[in-house]
Design a protein around this ligand. Structure first.
Ligand code: ZN
Length: 534
């Protein structure tokens, strides 16, 4: 008889593939961090055996879109629930470095200046690293429950070579960016990401991104993009991404696909057929999505791109200048070609403060509400808050409609990513703690939008295939023993906009590298997680 470390008996296995028999009754043996599938009730010896009757055994969820690059590196104390939230959802691998923002790579002489501003995106001084190897080493020093993979962010590359300035890269700078990216991808970064609404990524033209995506293509790794516009010009922005993929040869992955703002509501009825047609022509294009009608980002991203030219000190100087604020007001009212303009597409009454560390009394209120209390124009309120917080303000933007979210969730090439932004304090978007159980509970069980097998595939096998995570995302003989066990009748998100870190219900156990990290919904304290080189 085989001797296993752990034997899980009596559960329904959903293996993470898209195969017609993806769901079947089987026992699972775990030995030395690897899986063996056994017919139900097979004779087998094991150090520990658990009865999983009535439960689903699935590959551990892969969160393809996080901003958790630095959360494990913060000294969080009581805020450790911020770190726990991901694994309590059943996520065994987080993919960070999204939207153009990663903690590497950069030229050594740029590191100190960039490090001084990591607080804005990552909630504290989490360091800035010359390359993927240095980033991985920093994480390796901090024990973690689940695995972490990272994309290389174009905004970081640009800040790390060109600086935080609004101008084209010189040919020499572009060559340096390509060389740094090449090194990061060789060392284990999972792909290239852009965030083309954010400074400094937004200062790049299409040709610059094509040159960098061609480096990703040489490594067989995806070009992952937060489009230049997800609002009124979302279709033009989609075509830019398609052009970048076609000219560079890189596989294309669209981050958190959405059509947001009142002018773009319903536009997924045009973007999704376009993506389907590209796939039918043979193009390798996929996307991810989170199951909420609200987004979350930095308050500074509500301002026109020129406002951030020169970095944080230049931004705060402009915000303090009444004439410059008038220019910003006008830009929001009239729009700027090539700029998304969230507020112009919605309004300050749709933007609420999620996190403002020095002014927690503002959290949960919209900018419009705060402006009414202060008796001033909302742009002046936003400016005052940004100055007081030295740029460190996170917002929640209620910008989408449910029909669009459902259409993207149901698309056969969409996978699940939380887009979680785990920063200490405040009221972060509940997606960081609720995304995966919300899909399984609300969209699968309550609404029947997806079958359980399809939803699990979007959370596991589809994600592993896209991001090159070999031996993960599936339950098969020899696969890595990253598993989640959940109760299909009870799984549900607990996190809300007012209580954003409440753990989900129905996530029974989570196993990483063969070790149980969550049992009966609580962390065990085991820390087998690693940084994955892809
Ligand atoms: Zn994004």
């Amino acid at each position: 008889m085989t001797g296993f470390d752990l034997l899980l008996r009596g559960g329904l296995v959903i293996d993470g593939t898209a195969a017609p028999d993806a769901a079947r009754h089987a026992d699972i043996g775990v030995l030395a961090g690897r899986l063996t599938l056994l017919p139900p009730g097979s004779p087998a010896a094991s150090r520990e055996t658990r009865d999983m009757t009535g439960l689903i055994l699935a590959p551990g969820f892969i969160d393809v879109h996080t901003h958790s690059d630095g959360v494990a590196l913060l000294d969080l104390g009581a805020d450790r629930e911020l770190v726990r939230a991901s694994v309590l959802q059943g996520v065994t691998t987080e993919i960070c470095g999204n939207c153009g923002s990663s903690l590497f790579p950069a030229l050594p002489e740029r590191l100190a200046a960039m490090r001084a501003e990591t607080r804005i995106s990552f909630g504290g001084d989490v360091g800035m690293y010359e390359g993927f190897a240095e980033f991985a080493a920093a994480h390796a020093a901090v024990p973690r429950a689940n695995h972490l993979a990272s994309l290389a962010g174009h905004g970081t590359l640009r800040a790390g070579v060109v600086g935080p300035v609004d101008r084209p890269a010189t040919p020499g700078e572009l060559e340096t960016m390509c060389a740094l990216l090449d090194k990061a991808l060789s060392a284990g970064a999972a792909g290239l990401s852009t965030g083309l609404i954010y400074a400094p990524g937004t200062y790049a033209d299409t040709d610059e991104v094509v040159a960098l995506a061609a480096v990703a293509a040489r490594h067989g790794k995806p070009y992952v993009t937060h489009l230049r516009d997800e609002m009124s010009r979302v279709e033009e922005a989609l075509e830019e991404a398609v052009e970048i993929a076609l000219r560079s040869g890189a596989p294309l992955h669209l981050s958190h696909h959405k059509t947001a703002g009142k002018h773009a509501w319903g536009r997924t009825e045009r973007t999704l057929p376009r993506i389907a047609a590209l796939r039918a022509e043979g193009m390798d294009v996929t996307c991810d999505v989170y199951p909420y009608t609200a987004g979350s980002t930095a308050l500074a991203a509500m301002l026109p791109p020129w406002a951030s030219d020169g970095g944080l000190s230049a931004l705060t100087a402009r915000l303090a200048d009444p004439g410059q604020r008038d220019r910003m007001r006008l830009a929001i009212a009239e729009g700027v070609p090539g700029w998304e303009n969230t507020v112009g597409n919605g309004g300050w009454d749709r933007i609420s403060v999620a996190c403002a560390p020095r002014h927690p009394e503002t959290e949960g209120h919209t900018i419009a509400e705060l402006a009414a209390i202060r008796g001033e124009d909302p742009l002046d309120t936003a400016a005052a808050l940004l100055i007081a917080e030295q740029g460190e303000v996170t917002i929640i933007s209620h910008s989408m409609v449910e029909d669009d979210v459902r259409r993207v969730l149901a698309a056969p090439y969409s996978m699940i990513g939380s887009d979680g932004v785990p920063k200490p304090g405040g009221r972060p978007h509940p997606r960081w703690a609720g995304t995966f159980p919300r899909v399984l509970g609300h969209y699968v069980r309550e609404l029947g939008l997806l079958s359980l097998e399809t939803a699990v595939h979007k959370m596991t096998g589809m994600a592993a295939a896209r991001f090159g995570l070999a031996g993960r995302g599936v339950i098969s003989d020899g696969a890595h023993a990253d598993l989640v066990v959940f109760d299909p009748a009870a799984v549900a998100d607990g996190a809300t906009f007012t209580a954003p870190l409440v753990p989900p219900a129905g996530v029974h156990s989570v196993i990483v590298a063969g070790e149980t990290v969550v049992r009966d919904g609580a962390e065990t304290g085991a820390r087998p997680g690693t940084v994955l080189s892809v």
